[in-house]
Write a protein that binds this ligand. Structure first.
Ligand SMILES: Nc1ncnc2c1ncn2[C@@H]1O[C@H](COP(=O)(O)OP(=O)(O)OP(=O)(O)O)[C@@H](O)[C@H]1O
Ligand SMILES: [Mg+2]
Length: 256
């Protein structure tokens, strides 16, 4: 039986970026072992929600609350959120010139392991698990030795985000358009990794515009972000309806 106690519980979250209010009042609950999909028109605030939950300083929470496993998520620093088991894959993963990919991932992993009370991995042990994870994701091993995302193609950057996910094993992963720019094998790798980790109790909030991947994920819920709120929640039927009719709301929905 799946636990119904949410791992992430967001209530009436209001988020401002610069002078602008982007999210007016977002409420959402994601239980462990479930996949929730977040859809919404370009500019509706999907990335804003992920970045605000991860603690990006430009995305200011003006009101509302977010609880993670019963803790006040918003009171934590971004690194404490990551240690608690929150992971965000970026829509546009940045480069970090001068920082070797393997060292970056190992440092992040050891910080997370420390907070779980696990011993740190030395370079040798880390490399062996990183190589296996990279091979599973179709990421050439040489990418481990290059600076983070430096000169990586669009799809390689996305695979590198997945590599971090596979190694860090967070409790909740927010995947922001992980499928955009990925080839068919990349999308298949996303689906199989998500399904495997979901089976182990990990929760997912997946932002995507593409019906085919959403179908393969067999989501537990699909949410539509509209005008700063979760306008509608449903299942695959909602995703299919959006794919068919676009984000323009039907007159009945607009009146409701
Ligand atoms: N740093 C910023 N400075 C100014 N405006 C921003 C900033 N970040 C986001 N915004 C604005 O907030 C709104 C929501 O942006 P966001 O990136 O969250 O949308 P999105 O739903 O992820 O869209 P997409 O589907 O195109 O990725 C947009 O109008 C965007 O221009
Ligand atoms: Mg976005």
């Amino acid at each position: 039986m799946k636990s119904t106690e949410p791992l992430l519980q967001v209530r009436d979250l209001r988020v401002d970026v610069g002078e602008r209010n982007v999210l007016a009042s977002v409420s959402l609950a994601v239980p462990p072992g479930t996949v929730h999909v977040l859809m919404g028109a370009n500019g509706s605030g999907k990335s804003t929600l992920g970045l605000a939950l991860a603690g990006h300083p430009r995305y200011r929470v003006a009101s509302g609350e977010a609880r993670f496993d019963g803790q006040d998520l918003l009171a934590l620093t971004p690194e404490a959120r990551a240690r608690a088991g929150l992971f965000l894959s970026f829509q546009a993963p940045p480069d970090i010139p001068g920082v070797k990919n393997a060292l970056f991932a190992r440092t992040a992993l050891n910080a997370v392991r420390e907070s779980r009370g696990e011993a740190p991995l030395d370079a040798f042990d880390f490399l062996s698990s990183a190589r296996t994870a990279a091979a599973d994701l179709g990421l050439p091993e040489a990418m481990l030795n290059r600076p983070v995302n430096d000169g990586f193609s669009g799809g390689e950057r996305k695979r590198n985000e997945l590599l971090q996910l596979a190694l860090l094993r967070p409790r909740l992963a927010i995947l922001d358009e992980i499928d955009s720019g990925m080839d068919v094998d990349g999308v298949r790798a996303v689906v199989s990794l998500v399904q495997k980790l979901r089976g182990q109790g990990m929760a997912f909030l997946v932002v995507s515009h593409y019906l085919q991947m959403i179908e393969s994920l067999e989501p537990d819920a699909v949410h539509r972000l509209d005008q700063g709120r979760i306008g509608e929640t449903g299942g695959m039927d909602l995703a299919r309806q959006i794919a068919r009719t676009g984000y323009a709301r039907s007159p009945q929905a607009a009146e409701a």
